[in-house]
Design a protein around this ligand. Structure first.
Ligand SMILES: [Zn+2]
Length: 125
């Protein structure tokens, strides 16, 4: 396999920083929302969040936070696989993942074929 492991590690570490930053900033946003609610004219609402926009905003942020957490976990797993020398093989079939795929998506856990299987089963209802 012809992988530039150092470059991949550097990219994964950069991605990890970005996701950690995303998680920190959404945590800050939560505090700001709480303060906005507390200083609004309608103090009776308190921590009762029954405004539709507010709920939408909270859901969106939760979705973003979950997304960033998932992505961060994937990046951290990829870094762990680099440490253990198991990086670049598909978790399902054990075959080497296409290096071009890893270049485009260094946190990839599966070969393209298995990734598609997982995406299909994830969207199946
Ligand atoms: Zn596979």
């Amino acid at each position: 396999m012809d992988l530039d492991v150092l470059a991949i590690r550097a990219r994964l570490e950069q991605m990890r920083r970005e996701y950690q930053e995303t998680l920190r900033s959404t945590a800050n946003d939560d505090r700001e929302v709480a303060r906005d609610v507390a200083t609004s004219d309608d103090l009776d609402t308190g921590d009762r969040v029954d405004d539709a926009d507010q709920i939408f905003e909270t859901d969106r942020e939760e979705a973003l936070t979950l997304q960033a957490r998932d992505a961060l976990a994937q990046v951290e797993e990829a870094l762990a696989r680099l440490d253990h020398g198991t990086y670049g093989t598909c978790l399902d079939c054990g075959r080497p993942i296409d290096p071009r795929r890893l270049e485009a998506m260094p946190q990839a856990q599966y070969c393209l074929e298995d990734q598609e299987k997982h995406e299909r089963s994830a969207t199946d209802d």
